[in-house]
Write a protein that binds this ligand. Structure first.
Ligand code: BGC
Length: 745
C-alpha cells in the first residue's frame, strides 16, 4: 500500500517580523505599482554592475530616470548613499535601489569557506557567522548578499564545491537555514540585517565531469530528493531571494526553466520573494542553443519566472517590444515588480534608505567578530588521522614549520573574499611563534606557493627539520585554485608538495600535515607520509590562532567531513547515499589489480560493483572525523519495533568518552528504507546531535524519528511515506555505527 502525504506547506509568510507588517507591505506595493510606468517597471527588473555599466555617473542617469532596480558591486557606504540619494530624491517615484554583493563567508572578517563551515555541523555558529557578515556588509551599504550557495556537490573536481555544504541534502539544508536566519535576522528592516539569496536554482552542482557551467542530467527522483530540499528549506526559513543557475538540466537551461521556477519554487513552495538570474544567465541561453537571440532570451527568462535580470540587458532592451507583440504577459511583469518592491519594503529601504557612514569603523573585523571567526575555524577542522597520538603537541616542542600555506595571509582566506583583507589575517607561522615561542619554531616554507615546482627551498627545510622534534607541514592549494570556474581534472596536491612531504617524512621525525584547500583532495598518495592530518579547508582570517589551538591541544577537534574523500579523481562521483545496485560491492569479490592471476578466467573473480584499482570504499567516508579522545558507541535502543504513519519513535545509544581528555562528538542518525516503489539510498542522514563528554563519562543520546522523516519524493514531486522495513543507525560516520530495525506500518 502506498500512503500519500501532502507535502509540508511552507507558506509565503516569510519570517515572524514581516508577518506583522505583511498587510501594510502589500498595500504599499499595490499602490506604488499602480503609479508606475512600464519603463519604471522594467527598470526595477534590471540589475547592473557599475564597472561594466560605465561607472557611477552613467548609473546616476538611469537611476534618475527610474530605469534601474538594483546595482551589484557598488563599493563604499558613501558611494552607495550618493547613488541612493539620486534614486530617492531625483527619480519620479523615489524607489530605492537594492545593493547586492557576494558576501559568501564573511565580509571583511573572513570565516572558513562554506564547505569548512559545514564541517563544523554547528548550526548556531554558522548562523552567527552570517549575522556578523551581514552587519559588516550592511555598514558598507550592502542590502543583499548572494548567499547561501546550497548546491549539493558530489564532485571535488568542481571548484565551486568550496562554496557549498558538500554532498548531503540535510547538511545543505542546515546551512541554508542557518545562513538565511543569520543574514536576515528576525527583522529584515533592521539596518544591520541584509537579504539572503539561495543559489543556484537548481542542480548546478551536478556539472558533468566537474567542469563548471557544464550540462547536468538529473532525474526527477534526484531533483526532488537531493537537489531541491535545501532550497525548500531556504524558502521555509524566509529567504528573500533566489538566484537561478547557469547550467542546463535535461535540455532546459535552469534560467529558462518554467516548471522549476514558477511551478515548484513560486507556486508549490510559496516563495514570495524575487528570483534573480545569475550573471548574464538569461543571455547565455543563446549560447546554450535555447534562445535565438537576446530578445528571445528575455522572453524565455520572464516566462520562466525570473524577476530581475543580472548583468545582461534583455529585459531593458526588449520587454516592451515583447509585451507589444503579446509574447509575454503584463501580469508576469507586474508580479515580478511586486516581488522586488515587496523585498525592498521588507528591508525597510523606503523608510530608511541611507546607511550610517560611521558604522563601519566599529564593526569591521572587531574583536568579537574575530573571536567567532576563530571558533568556527577551529570547529571546521577535521582530524583525519592521529597515529601514536602525535597530536596534540606539548607547548615548547621544537617544531619545523614547513609548507607553502604556513604563512600565506591571502591564500588562507579562500575563494570569494572580495572585501577580505589579507592584512587582517593571522597565519599559522604568526600564531605558532606567539603560542610556542619563536625560538621553538623553525620555519622554512620549502615552496613559495602551492603550485611551485622548484625544490630550491628544500635545503632550508632540511635544516629546519634537523633542529626540531616534529614537522608540521602546511600544504594544500592557493585560494585561486577553487571557486567559480576553478575546476581541476586531477586531485593530487599541486606543485612539488608531494616531494616536500616525502622529504619531511624521510627524516624519521613525526610529520603533522595541515591541509588548507577548497576541496576534498590531495591525500591518497601522500597521507601515509604523515602521522597526523588536520584538514582545515580554507579557514579564513583566523586560520593561525585556530590551528595553533588545535595543534597544541588548547582545543580538541570536533569537525566531521561534509563530503566523502575519494581516493582519486577516477573514483568520482563517490558519495555515501548511493544506491545498492543489483550486485553490491563486497570485499570478498574484490581482487586488487596487482593480485589478479595472469590469464584469470573472466568470471573467476566474482562480479560486483567496484574498480580493480581502488576497490569500492572511499579514502574517508562522509561524517568522518577524529578527536584527541575516543568515543565508544554502545546499547542502541529503539522505543518501538514498529510505528504507524503520523507517529514517531525514539532511537538512542550510549556514547562513552574512552580517552583522557574532554571532547565533543557529533553523533549521526541514518536510516535505510529497505524496499521502495523507487529504490532508496543505502543510508540517509536524518539528524545529528553533538554531545560533550569528560573522560570516562557516558551519556545516552536520544533521537526522535517521525514517520515524515522516512518519506521521500516521487519523481512528480509528490511526498510519499511508504510502509515497510527500515534500518536505523546511530553512528560516528556514514560507514560505521550501531544498527537497529523497525517497521513502518
Ligand atoms: C556567480 C554567482 C554570483 C554572481 C555575482 C556569478 O558568476 O555564479 O554565484 O553571485 O556571479 O557576482
Amino acid at each position: 500500500m502506498v500512503v500519500l502525504v501532502l507535502p509540508v506547506f511552507f507558506g509565503c509568510t516569510g519570517n515572524a517580523s514581516t508577518v506583522k507588517s505583511d498587510d501594510d507591505v502589500e498595500k504599499r506595493v499595490e499602490s506604488l505599482l499602480s503609479e508606475m510606468t512600464l519603463d519604471e517597471k522594467i527598470g526595477q527588473m534590471s540589475q547592473v554592475d557599475p564597472g561594466v555599466f560605465g561607472g557611477l555617473e552613467n548609473l546616476k542617469k538611469v537611476v534618475r530616470n527610474g530605469q534601474l532596480g538594483s546595482v551589484l558591486n557598488l563599493i563604499g557606504a558613501k558611494e552607495v548613499n550618493e547613488l541612493q540619494r539620486v534614486a530617492i530624491e531625483e527619480s519620479r517615484l523615489g524607489i530605492p535601489l537594492i545593493i547586492g554583493r557576494d558576501v559568501i563567508h564573511g565580509y571583511r572578517t573572513i570565516f572558513p569557506i562554506p564547505l569548512g563551515m559545514a564541517a563544523s555541523w554547528n548550526e548556531d555558529l554558522v548562523r552567527e557567522s552570517a549575522a556578523i557578515a551581514a552587519k559588516e556588509a550592511a555598514s558598507m551599504g550592502i542590502n543583499w548578499t548572494f548567499a547561501p550557495m546550497i548546491d549539493v556537490s558530489r564532485d571535488p573536481r568542481w571548484g565551486r564545491i568550496a562554496e557549498s555544504a558538500g554532498e548531503d541534502p540535510l547538511l545543505n539544508s542546515m546551512v541554508a537555514r542557518a545562513m538565511v536566519q543569520g543574514y536576515q535576522g528576525d527583522d529584515l528592516s533592521d539596518p544591520l540585517t541584509i537579504a539572503a539569496c539561495a543559489k543556484h536554482f537548481v542542480g548546478y552542482g551536478a556539472a558533468e565531469g566537474g567542469r563548471d557551467y557544464n550540462t547536468t542530467v538529473i532525474s526527477d527522483l534526484q531533483l526532488h530528493n537531493v537537489y531541491l530540499p535545501p532550497f525548500k528549506e531556504a524558502v521555509k526559513a524566509g529567504a528573500a531571494t533566489v538566484m537561478t543557475a547557469f547550467n542546463e538540466i535535461n535540455g532546459i537551461p535552469a534560467s529558462g526553466h518554467k516548471h522549476n521556477i514558477r511551478d515548484i519554487l513560486k507556486n508549490e513552495y510559496g516563495f514570495d520573494g524575487f528570483v534573480v538570474s545569475d550573471w548574464a544567465s538569461i543571455q547565455e541561453m543563446i549560447s546554450h542553443g535555447f534562445a535565438r537571440d537576446l530578445k528571445h532570451a528575455g522572453e524565455l527568462g520572464l516566462a520562466a519566472g525570473i524577476d530581475m535580470e543580472m548583468a545582461s540587458r534583455s529585459y531593458n532592451d526588449y520587454l516592451k517590444e515583447l509585451l507589444d507583440e503579446g509574447k509575454v504577459d503584463m501580469e508576469w511583469v507586474d508580479d515580478a515588480v511586486a516581488r522586488i518592491l515587496r523585498i525592498k519594503f521588507r528591508l525597510g529601504l523606503f523608510d530608511n534608505p541611507y546607511v550610517d557612514e560611521s558604522l563601519a569603523d566599529s564593526l569591521l573585523v572587531n574583536v568579537e567578530h574575530l573571536k567567532v571567526a576563530r571558533k568556527l575555524a577551529e570547529e571546521s577542522v577535521v582530524l583525519l588521522k592521529n597515529e601514536n597520538q602525535v597530536l596534540p603537541l606539548k607547548k615548547g616542542t621544537k617544531v619545523a614549520l614547513i609548507g607553502p600555506m604556513a604563512n600565506q595571509p591571502y591564500e588562507q582566506l579562500g575563494t570569494w573574499i572580495f572585501d577580505g583583507d589579507e592584512n587582517d589575517s593571522q597565519t599559522v607561522l604568526e600564531a605558532f611563534n606567539a603560542f610556542n615561542g619563536d625560538n621553538n619554531v623553525f620555519f622554512a616554507e620549502g615552496l613559495e606557493y602551492s603550485r611551485d615546482k622548484s625544490t630550491k627551498g628544500f635545503a632550508e627545510v632540511e635544516r629546519a627539520i634537523a633542529q626540531s622534534e616534529v614537522v608540521v607541514a602546511v600544504v594544500g592549494e592557493e585560494a585561486i585554485l577553487s571557486g567559480e570556474a576553478k575546476s581541476l581534472a586531477e586531485l593530487d596536491f599541486v606543485g612539488a608538495q608531494g616531494e616536500l612531504l616525502k622529504l619531511a617524512a624521510s627524516k624519521g621525525k613525526p610529520v603533522v600535515m595541515i591541509v588548507m584547500s577548497g576541496r576534498p583532495a590531495g591525500l591518497f598518495k601522500t597521507q601515509h607520509l604523515a602521522k597526523s592530518i588536520l584538514y582545515a579547508w580554507h579557514p579564513g582570517t583566523m586560520a593561525g590562532p585556530a590551528l595553533a589551538n588545535l595543534v597544541f591541544g588548547e582545543t580538541v577537534p570536533v569537525g566531521k567531513l561534509p563530503v566523502t574523500f575519494p581516493k582519486g579523481e577516477g573514483q568520482v562521483p563517490i558519495y555515501y547515499a548511493h544506491k545498492m545496485t543489483g550486485r553490491p560491492a563486497d570485499a570478498s569479490t574484490w581482487t586488487h589489480i596487482d593480485e589478479i592471476p595472469v590469464q584469470a578466467v573472466q568470471h573467476s573473480l566474482g562480479n560486483t560493483s567496484h574498480t580493480l584499482d581502488y576497490g569500492f570504499t572511499p579514502l574517508y567516508p562522509f561524517g568522518y572525523g577524529l578527536s584527541y579522545t575516543s568515543f565508544e558507541y554502545s546499547d542502541i535502543n529503539i522505543s518501538a519495533k514498529s510505528l504507524s504513519i503520523g507517529e514517531s519513535l525514539k532511537v538512542s545509544a550510549t556514547i562513552t568518552n574512552t580517552g583522557d581528555v574532554e571532547g565533543a562528538e557529533t553523533v549521526q542518525l541514518y536510516t535505510r528504507d529497505l524496499v521502495g516503489s523507487y529504490t532508496r539510498p543505502v543510508r540517509e542522514l536524518k539528524d545529528y546531535q553533538r554531545v560533550t563528554l569528560s573522560p570516562g563519562e557516558s551519556k545516552e543520546v536520544v533521537f526522535e524519528l517521525n514517520s515524515d522523516q522516512l518519506g521521500f519524493y516521487f519523481p512528480d514531486g509528490e511526498f510519499v511515506v511508504e510502509p515497510g522495513d527500515f534500518h536505523v543507525w546511530i553512528a560516528p560516520n556514514a560507514a560505521e555505527g550501531l544498527r537497529a530495525e523497525f517497521e513502518l506500518q
